[in-house]
Ligand binder design. Structure first.
Ligand SMILES: Cc1cc2nc3c(=O)[nH]c(=O)nc-3n(C[C@H](O)[C@H](O)[C@H](O)COP(=O)(O)O)c2cc1C
Length: 183
């Protein structure tokens, strides 16, 4: 079902970063081509080396990292993607996209894609319940961005509440359903 689909994964700087590894492996196993953009902060949590090995593609972090500009990478990645999945999605990336900020490779590419964008947020429950974060989510939903909602659970910060990344199976099913609907 994912055969020949181009899925762009955006990885942002949250403690749930390590969970993206399994998601990438499953998508690859199911036949998708997976490109990955990591924010600079995400690379504090997991290395591009791990992601490159799993995705079998070069990971992009820097907006100005390329030495030759034969291709404008944020545009080519944005055009190539059948769907963009931001996992885990920080409060920061949600806030930036909701407010039209394009100050790094990921936020700029999201701005440039005409295809569906799915956010899978993960954060501390107080952060998730912050009315600013909730307003940003509602605003993005109004613009047609999709969300796989986080669940209630034990959070890495020691708190209990809503903010735990949705299960990988739920995220992948969501992606598949959206791609099917797009067809
Ligand atoms: C140990 C640690 C864990 C963090 N976990 C999260 C998290 O789960 N969710 C979140 O929104 N921010 C989290 N942050 C804060 C983000 O890293 C911070 O807001 C950063 O600016 C996000 O940048 P990015 O969205 O460009 O990756 C964490 C920070 C640290 C130091």
């Amino acid at each position: 079902m994912l055969k020949d689909k181009n899925i762009l994964i955006g990885v942002t700087g949250g403690i749930a970063c390590y969970k993206v590894c399994e998601i990438i492996s499953i998508l690859k196993r199911e036949g998708a081509n997976v490109d990955v953009i990591m924010t600079k902060n995400a690379t504090e949590f997991i290395t591009p080396l791990t992601i490159e090995t799993l995705s079998k593609n070069k990971v992009v972090v820097d907006m100005f990292g390329e030495k030759d500009y034969v291709e404008v990478e944020h545009i080519s990645l944005a055009q190539k993607a059948d769907l963009t999945l931001v996992v885990p999605a920080t409060a920061n990336i949600i806030g930036k996209v909701a407010n039209g900020i394009a100050d790094d490779m990921l936020s700029t590419t999201i701005m440039a894609t005409p295809k569906p964008v799915v956010f899978a947020p993960a954060m501390n429950n107080e952060m998730y319940n912050n009315p600013i974060v909730q307003d940003n989510i509602q605003k993005l939903r109004r613009y047609g961005y999709e969300f796989v909602e986080p669940v209630v659970g034990n959070l890495a910060c020691g708190y209990q509440g809503v903010g735990k990344l949705a299960k990988k199976e739920i995220i992948i099913e969501f992606v598949k359903r959206l791609l099917e609907e797009e067809k």
